[in-house]
Design a protein around this ligand. Structure first.
Ligand code: MN
Length: 488
């Protein structure tokens, strides 16, 4: 069983452009604890009042995970971590020439050793578990790293970390170094990798394979520059490809990834392993028909393993099998001629470069089969008031199950106001959550057609709907109302 130090809230928060509030950090910490990580590095207590408060609040929540603060070999950093109530510190000392010269100009290697020992002894006095890391160890002289670790262990450091701070390790070298360190040290050994050459996951996996007791990672691989090793990738790779276990509850991986994406606003690329939008999506006809017969044909693991669902994207490669699967779900049957017509229309949409959603297929199927679906929610009227100093305001008139409802609401922007008004109007009918909202302009120019895709959720049913108009508010409202009709 290998341990995980999750640093989403520290190295992850150091991602350019990311800043989390105390509340957001607490939400993520709760999710990480539920996910089953062993150590949560919640921030750097000394950096800001916000980080101090976040560590304090997270430490007070009685989570299963050990709560850790980042620290330098400086007394004030250790004091801040201890005062915030952290269980441990991840304390780093520079170990490479470049780092020592930049951080302690004119000082010797021995000075770094001396300062590290003093800091570890002080942190132990303050009752902290000390994970001691050699920063930039991958570019340092390994003999010096060993000397530093020897001193750290003598000073009663509880764990050691080899940090590939700028991501220059290779799997072969990681394996060699970790084996060497494991032979020498009996305290737990951790690895900390960055993804500058796209090798963070591979390097971390090799470290674990070579005997590392713990690895550092972040959700979605966020972190400074190109990011850190992605927790979900390392966990799935070591478990499924190497048979090495962690405490992570894998079925919670996707939800945790989505939460971190939402709160940090760092978008997960669609092709990202495990958590990317396309990681379990199938489009081409041959693939989808095989998948429907046996999902193992094109899926190394089932999406349910990490708490998500397979997506069959119907596009210009739409095969009969995938359309039939959707029709079966809707309870419709088509004649061979009708089926051909449905497929032709889907292909036509795909050829125009459109993403074909559930709603499109439903509309196409119903148009071809001439099924007149009674719309439960109809938009009768919409008015927006928007200005420079006042909050945008929207009023809507909806017909829900034949009953007229008029509501008004304010919002951060006109779209937000309109959606808030609709939400108010439907609140007695259903509890619907907006999961995601995506806007694309089809062509350039202010008169461009805007394509809005929304994902709505009610209970455990999620639907995707679209609205396309030149008016962004109308497109958004149309998509939202269309989605409501699919859910109700
Ligand atoms: Mn780092």
């Amino acid at each position: 069983m290998v341990k995980i130090l999750d640093t989403t809230l520290r190295d992850g928060e150091q991602t350019p452009g990311v800043s989390l509030t105390v509340e957001q950090k607490v939400m993520i910490a709760d999710a990480l604890d539920a996910l089953g990580v062993d150590i949560i590095e919640a921030g750097t207590a000394v950096t800001s009042k916000g980080d101090f408060e976040a560590i304090k609040e997270i430490s007070s929540r009685n989570l299963n995970a050990e709560i850790c603060s980042f620290a330098r070999i400086v007394k004030s950093d250790i004091d801040a971590a201890a005062d915030a109530g952290a269980d441990s510190i991840f304390m780093v000392a520079p170990s490479s020439d470049i780092h020592i010269r930049a951080k302690f100009p004119g000082k010797s290697y021995d000075y770094v050793v001396e300062k590290s020992v003093e800091a570890i002894e002080y942190a132990k006095e303050r009752g902290l578990i000390v994970e001691f890391g050699a920063e930039d160890a991958s570019r340092a002289d390994l003999d010096f790293v060993i000397k530093l670790f020897d001193a750290a262990v003598s000073a009663k450091a509880d764990r050691l970390t080899f940090a590939d701070t700028v991501g220059v390790m290779t799997p072969e070298r990681v394996e060699e170094v970790i084996k060497k360190l494991k032979e020498r040290f009996s305290v737990p050994l951790a690895i900390h990798c960055h993804d500058d050459f796209g090798l963070a996951t591979a390097n971390t996996v090799f470290a674990v394979k070579a005997g590392a007791d713990e690895f550092h990672a972040t959700i979605n691989g966020i972190g400074e520059r190109a990011g850190n090793a992605a927790l979900e990738e390392v966990v799935m790779a070591i478990e499924f490809l190497y048979g090495i276990k962690t405490k992570v509850k894998k079925e919670k991986i996707y939800d945790t990834s989505q939460l971190v994406e939402r709160l940090t606003r760092v978008t997960v690329p669609p092709n990202k392993p495990i958590v990317g939008e396309n990681a379990f999506a199938h489009e081409s006809g041959i693939h989808t028909s095989a998948i429907l017969k046996d999902s193992k044909t094109y899926e190394p693991i089932s999406p349910e393993t990490i708490g998500r669902k397979r997506v069959l994207v119907l596009g210009k490669h739409a095969g009969k099998a995938s359309v039939e699967a959707i029709m079966k779900e809707l309870g419709y049957k088509a004649t061979p001629e009708q089926m051909k017509e449905i497929l032709d229309r889907i292909k036509e949409l795909g050829d125009r470069g459109k993403r074909v959603t559930d709603a499109d297929v439903r509309t196409i199927v119903e148009t071809v089969l001439q099924i007149q679906r009674e719309k439960k929610v109809k938009l009768e009227d919409l008015a927006i008031f928007s200005g420079m100093k006042s909050m945008p305001m929207a009023s809507v008139k909806l017909k829900i199950n034949g009953e007229e409802k008029i509501e008004a609401a304010i919002g951060l922007g006109p779209v937000d106001a309109a959606i808030n008004a609709i939400r108010k109007a439907i609140k007695d009918f259903a509890d619907v959550k907006l999961v995601s909202y995506h806007v694309d302009a089809i062509t350039g120019g202010t008169d461009a057609l805007v394509d809005v895709v929304v994902q709505l959720k009610r209970g455990n049913k999620t639907v995707t709907a679209r609205g396309a108009r030149t008016d962004i508010v109308m497109a958004s409202v149309e998509a939202f109302v269309e989605g409501l009709n699919m859910l109700l």
